[in-house]
Design a protein. Structure first.
Length: 289
């Protein structure tokens, strides 16, 4: 009965997105202006995301089948990394687990990320009719936007950019594109999927103040042959310690679910965004055939 209710809620969320997800007439697809309608749209869509993600249960309904520990041993750094975190958020002080779920919506880029106790920690809202797959990443109930992500086309490898609302250093220059309400955007990181690899392989690089890129995490399929998606996140290259994991939760699923873990002293917001981008990369593969 619970599964039936959950599926019903998912289809209701898809129907609701027809009215809530479309951008107001007159807004450009690759930029934002200071429009109350835009902000209302995103706030309403975020509320819809949370209702769909939590189904018919209370806000803090625990995820009963969430793993008690990561599938692999994680070894986080002894101390936090130097440099800014995404949104200047604090780093993790222990291993953190998240249940990631892609909802049934028109854009296909609306996801919820919940703690094991059921609390919605993050949610995403994908725009319609956008050339670069603009997706907004929110904390909790969707009132605070953490970052925006875009897909880069006309590049040899598949690339995704992570844009922050906070500069990584005082001298970093804002981008030409602005965010919601005309807020300034700053390049924070890039996720690249490398082609012609035996296993699926992404590299996440962080931007420096001068615009240079430094490799930070390597995300690679755990096994050569997989019937479900399972990834390890290495720090300092493919032979570096494993600091995180992303695992498909179910073999049969209407829409994707993942169990994701990140170790202590890591950037939780960046990890959460990277996890959703890995799912979006799968979606783009499916849509392109």
């Amino acid at each position: 009965m619970t599964k039936l209710l959950h599926v019903t809620v998912l289809f209701a969320a898809a129907a609701s997105s027809l009215a809530l997800s479309a951008r107001p007439k007159g807004l450009e697809s690759n930029s934002f202006n200071d429009s109350a309608a835009t902000q209302l749209l995103l706030a309403s869509s975020s509320s819809r995301l949370h209702s769909a993600a939590l189904g018919a249960g209370p806000v803090h309904e625990p995820i009963e089948d969430f793993p008690k520990e990561p599938p692999v041993k994680l070894k986080g750094p002894d101390k936090p990394h130097s440099g800014a975190t995404l949104g200047n958020a604090p780093v993790t002080n222990a291993t953190v687990g998240l249940r990631v779920h892609r909802l049934i919506t028109i854009s296909g880029r609306d996801l919820s990320l919940s703690a094991p106790d059921g609390t919605v920690m993050y949610s995403t809202q994908g725009e319609w009719f956008t050339l670069h797959a603009h997706t907004h990443f929110f904390e909790g109930d969707g009132l605070t936007e953490v970052a925006m992500t875009t897909k880069t086309y006309w590049s040899f490898h598949k690339e995704y950019e992570i844009h922050s609302y906070s500069p990584i250093c005082p001298e970093q220059q804002p981008e030409s594109e602005s965010g919601i309400g005309g807020k300034k955007l700053f390049r924070f990181a890039r996720l690249t999927e490398y082609l012609f690899k035996i296993r699926e392989h992404w590299v996440l690089e962080r931007y420096g103040c001068d615009g240079s890129l430094t490799p930070f995490w390597d995300i690679q399929a755990r096994w050569l042959f997989n019937y479900i998606h399972q990834y390890d996140i290495h720090e300092g290259g493919l032979y570096g310690p494993i600091v995180g994991s992303i695992d498909q939760a179910y073999f049969f699923q209407l829409t994707p679910y993942y169990n994701a873990f990140i170790s202590k002293n890591e950037d939780r917001d960046l990890f959460a965004v990277a996890t959703t981008l890995v799912d979006m990369a799968h979606l783009h593969k499916q849509s392109s055939g």
